[in-house]
Design a protein around this ligand. Structure first.
Ligand code: ADP
Ligand code: MG
Length: 266
């Protein structure tokens, strides 16, 4: 079943081309359309500045597009009555790149993870403790970590807490915007494995936004390639691509050994 329908999204920002010049409307997204099925992982790749994060924010309901429609389970995200909007806000969650900056450093991991329940549920303290323990188990973190502050955790552990927080309200879709980009290769692989396990267990859908085509391929069922605010190609299961933007991203992957690089550029 279709979970998300993105229809003809345009986004313009007022930008100053040069210092002291008047602001002009600059198109950042143009006629972006795609749909996402329940339980699917859709990759969105593109060079830095191609509009990926803007699209992510629009999907999350953080920013309203200049034109176009966004339907979540058939309901228009921007026109829905507030009761519907609250439901959609639970079902749509996000994990961003900079894990540490998405925390309040004065809150313990327990306080961070109980917050969604305080905002959306009427659980007792004991129930919240139980739920937080469940979440920590889910992302394979020690339960004792609940007493720690974010600064006491490694980058990988912080990102697991972010994933746990996104999972708290049992969402249908998580937008992952460069969510593993700041981690080293070994941690990236571990987090991808965790995300894939959670996806199977919970019938979750992901939108995996990244500039890294290799990681995105590893993770996604299909990939949309963005260039200058437009979707220029869809890469399917077979991995075939033609567009120069896709080729550029593909060739931007460094070979594992310099000798290989020499050989390829001959
Ligand atoms: P990506 O995530 O692919 O790197 P972004 O969506 O962050 O791309 O940015 C796309 C373009 O939109 C960039 O040129 C950026 O400067 C511009 N942009 C993003 N957010 C804003 C904003 N709030 N105001 C003005 N311009 C913006
Ligand atoms: Mg971005």
């Amino acid at each position: 079943m279709t979970l998300l329908d993105v229809k003809n999204i345009d986004m313009h920002y007022a930008q100053r081309p040069f210092l002291f010049q008047r602001k002009q409307e600059v198109p950042v997204l143009q006629k972006v359309s795609f749909s996402l099925q329940e339980g699917e992982c859709l990759g969105i790749v593109g060079q830095s500045g191609s509009g990926k994060s803007t699209l992510g924010r629009i999907i999350l309901g953080i920013e309203r597009p200049t034109n176009g429609e966004l339907l979540f389970q058939g309901v228009n995200l921007y026109e829905a009555p507030s009761k519907h909007k609250k439901r959609i806000r639970r079902d749509l969650q996000a994990v961003f790149q900079n894990s540490y900056h998405s925390f309040n450093p004065k809150q313990t991991i327990f306080e961070i993870l109980e917050e969604p329940f305080l905002n959306f549920e009427h659980f007792s303290k004991t129930e919240r403790q139980h739920k937080v323990r469940e979440l920590l188990d889910c992302v394979e973190l020690e339960r004792a970590m609940a007493q720690n502050y974010p600064s006491q955790l490694s980058g990988g552990q912080q990102q697991r807490v972010n994933i746990a927080r996104a999972l708290a309200l049992k969402p249908k879709l998580i937008v992952l915007d460069e969510a593993i980009s700041s981690l080293d290769m070994i941690l990236q692989k571990k987090i991808i494995q965790l995300l894939q396990t959670l996806q199977k267990e919970r019938q979750l859908a992901y939108i995996f936004i990244s500039h890294d085509l290799q990681a995105t391929r590893f993770m996604s069922d299909r990939i949309l390639v963005m260039q200058h605010g437009r979707l220029v190609e869809e890469i399917g299961k077979d991995g075939a691509y033609q567009h120069p933007a896709s080729q550029q991203l593909y060739h931007a992957i460094l070979p594992s050994h310099p000798r290989e690089r020499k050989h390829k550029t001959k």
